[in-house]
Every structure is written in C-alpha cells, then in structure tokens.
Design a protein around this ligand. Sequence first.
Ligand code: NAD
Length: 370
Amino acid sequence: MTQTITVLPGDGIGPEVTAGAVQVLKTVFHLYNHDVRFVEKLIGGAAIDAEGTPLPESTVSQCAASDAVLLGAVGGPKWDRQSMKVRPEQGLLGIRKALGLFANLRPVSAYKPLLDASPLKREKVENVNFVIVRELTGGLYFGKPSERRGQNQEEVVDTLAYSKQEIERVVEKAFQLAEKRRHKLTSVDKANVLESSRMWREVVDRTAGRHPKVEVNHLLVDSTAMQLIVNPGQFDVIVTENMFGDILSDEASVITGSLGMLPSASLRSDSLGLYEPVHGSAPDIAGQGKANPLAAILSAALLLRYSLDMDEEAALIEQAVDEVLNSGCHTADLKLNTEQSVQLDTAGMTEKVIETIKRIAHVTGGAPSI
Ligand code: NAD
C-alpha cells in the first residue's frame, strides 16, 4: 500500500532544508523499495501570501489523511508587523492542534566532531543521548481562566489544569519510548508544591506497573535543570508537563552546541506524527545556500522510526549523518574540532549524506534492492 508524507516547507530556509530531507527520504525509499508518495502543501507566511490564512483547510485535510507530516519552519520579518491579524506561527500551533498531537519529542545527542561547540566541558557532553518528551496540549499555556482581575486589574491569574487522561497518554508514550531505548525514564515534576504534579506522579507510578523493564525515577524540575548541566549523560527519556518541558528542552538544546542539528517530533496515540527541525526560518540566511539541512534530515529519520515503523532505515540516515560529520564535512554554522574540514552548502551537505547512505547500504548489504 502506498504511504503518504505531506511536506509543509513553510518560510525562510524551510523550503531549502525540507528539500534536502525529501531527497534523503527518496533515496532511502528507493534503496528499500518502499512505495511512499510526497504531497506538498502551504503553511505559515507562504500560505498567508497565497491564500490569506496561515493554515488553509486543504493543508489540514491533507495532513490528516497522510501517514506523516514533514515541516520546515514558519515566520519572518515580512509577516512580523504588529498590525497583521494573521501570523505565520498560527499555522504551526493550528496544525498541531488540528492533528491532536500531544507529545513533543526532542532528542539531544552528542556528535564527536562538535563536542567543542558545547558551552559545557567536553567530558560532560561526550555521552549525552537522551530524549525529552513534553506534554503539548495542557497545563499553564492552555489554562482557563488566564486573565487580569480586580478594579484596577492589579491581580492576575493563570491556571494549570490537567485531566488524568491527558497525563496518562503522554506518560504511556514516554514509557513506550524508554522500552525502545535504554529502559530508563525520568519523570519531572514539582510534586512538593503542585497538586497537578502529585497526580502526575501517581499516573507515572501506575503506568510503571505495565512496563516492568523500565527503571523509573522522579526528579523535581529545579533539580533537573541543574542535573542537565552537571551530568546530562545520566538521562535516557525525560517526561514532563508542558511548561517544564518547554523550558528544559530549550536548556537541553544548547548542550550539544548546535541549533542546526536538532530534530523534533510531535506525536499522538496512533502513528501519525509531525516532524520538524527545532530551528526557525532563519531569514538572515534564507536563499543563500547556507542553511544546515541536518536537523531536517534527522527529523526525517524520526519520521521513519515513529510514523512508518522503519527503524533500520532511520538508523541508516543517522549513521550517515554521523559519518559525514566525522569525515570533516560541515555547513557554515558548525564549528568542527577536526584537523581537516570541508565546508559545504545546503545542497552539498544533502548530497554528501545521500552518497554516504548509499555507501553504507552497499557495504552492509542492508538495503534489499542493492
Ligand atoms: P532561528 O532558529 O530561525 O535562527 C537563529 C539563528 O540560528 C540565526 O542566526 C540563523 O541563521 C541560525 N540558524 C537557524 N537554523 C539554521 C540552520 N539550519 N542552518 C544554519 N543556521 C541556522 O530563530 P529566530 O532568528 O529567532 O527566528 C527567525 C524566524 O523563525 C522568526 O520569524 C521566528 O518566529 C521563526 N521561528 C519559527 C520556528 C518554527 O517554525 N518552528 C521556530 C523558531 C522560530
């Protein structure tokens, strides 16, 4: 049966990096004889320009009917005016909501040639390989009421609300992920203060009963913020609520020192997911061939793993990216600590990854069609 990936290139460097990721995916599908088609749709500023809305209905229906969605980035100075009623970011929030995506995954792992780009000492970063699972649909960012009160509006209230079911589904997702990885789950909360965190803990403990192979520990969010700097190598899967996850995942993203390398996935209970680089549309370098396509390419690897159940193919892409960096190839944003380095543009880096994928597949005989 033909599977469908909807591609939402978006704005700025979005189209450049998604083009690279699509080329890589096409190479892998060809090597493994997979029947997958791509459909491109508008989102963000590009959709505002063409249709007056950042999220056209046809984009939503196409995404909903596909097996996975690959997104570039949205936004840019052209659509930044305060007076604009519609903004590109509404497209991004809208598509996550329309698809009911509730778990945001951000893997963080160290690449040897990039170790010196980290603000942390080399030995702290060497063994970093973890994933943050952030709840996306509840908590403070969606609390009602959220308003100013009092005669002179001198009081303010924001509400942190969660239903048990909202906690259960994201925690279950995180346990499933831990089972596929190193079987270690850290649940992050503020149970010494917040009632919502105490319910979170209860759900985690109950869910642990169904996953006896996963070792669970609870950590307070303030302590986690410290541990991510002191000993980031200790983590495997971290699961937490929306706002804690927002803050911790940005903290974690600088550990490996390179925005252009960070992929992400937004998932729900079935296999449909949305995959995008963590970086934005980088208007300062758009159209110049300077964009690093690796975060988008690594997002494509996550797409294979989580939406298309193609673990081997995902690992092939990740191995190729690793080998390309180890060989000294890099884009302008990456500072490599290797003796001989070769700077490539967006197309050159994409080509190098594709070349390496073909070589690995050929050597291992892993891909059936070769
Ligand atoms: P940004 O991530 O776009 O750029 C930050 C810096 O990193 C810039 O100097 C940029 O050149 C560089 N950079 C980012 N990705 C790169 C890549 N792949 N290769 C090489 N260099 C890269 O963040 P920003 O400048 O704060 O935001 C720019 C626009 O992107 C804004 O309109 C913002 O709203 C939007 N944005 C979108 C998303 C998204 O679509 N998910 C996320 C963040 C920001």
